[in-house]
Design a protein around this ligand. Structure first.
Ligand code: GLN
Length: 186
């Protein structure tokens, strides 16, 4: 399968390695033309404000939004999840906005830059979760499946073709989430 990894900013190389490790092709998405013929899309972590600005500047925001709305399987992590969210708490900006949840940025405080914890994820099992200046999902609309919570905060959710994670599965060496994502394609 051909899996596009948005490569304008952030932790995209680690996702590419994961996709290749499990036997598929990772395509770096740097411009509009790269969006053709994808079987799936990964939106990596990084800085959502910068990524959103770059998507507009590179004229890719609308295309990506349309492709996801039309069913392109999408895995979004951390900043990627912020881009996908329909609402950002305390902010009027919407980036891609196809995932009907409210996301809270830097929800664990700006100073707590990183922590790791284990928790159960539906369909996958117990998983080591790495959080880096992470958001969490404050609430979800009907039809959104909550996949995982940590301390009563939602950190993973699925809505039709979209999976959003607060944490970084590409940094753990554990390929089960990427395998699960690929299993949802087709
Ligand atoms: N804090 C970042 C943001 O708001 C997300 C952090 C990350 O992707 N690790 O965009």
């Amino acid at each position: 399968m051909k899996i596009g990894v948005l490569a304008v900013q952030g932790a995209f190389i680690e996702h590419e390695h994961m996709i290749e490790e499990i036997g598929h092709t990772a395509i770096e998405i740097r411009q509009r033309d790269d969006l053709e013929g994808l079987d799936g899309l990964i939106l990596p972590g990084g800085e959502s404000t910068v990524q959103g600005q770059l998507l507009n500047k590179l004229d890719m925001m609308k295309d990506i939004k349309n492709m996801i709305s039309n069913g392109l399987p999408t895995l979004a992590t951390c900043a990627g999840l912020i881009l996908l969210s329909e609402h950002i708490a305390d902010d009027d900006i919407v980036h891609i906005g196809t995932l009907p949840v409210t996301i809270k940025r830097n929800a664990y405080g700006r100073q707590l830059s990183s922590f790791v914890t284990n928790a159960d994820i539906k369909h996958i099992g117990n998983y080591p979760m790495t959080f880096i200046r992470a958001p969490y999902i404050e609430n979800v609309s009907d039809g959104v499946e909550v996949l995982a919570s940590v301390d009563n905060h939602i950190v993973a959710a699925k809505y039709n073709n979209q999976i959003g994670l607060s944490f970084h599965p590409e940094l753990t060496g554990d390929t089960r989430i990427h395998e699960y994502f690929l299993s949802t394609i087709k």
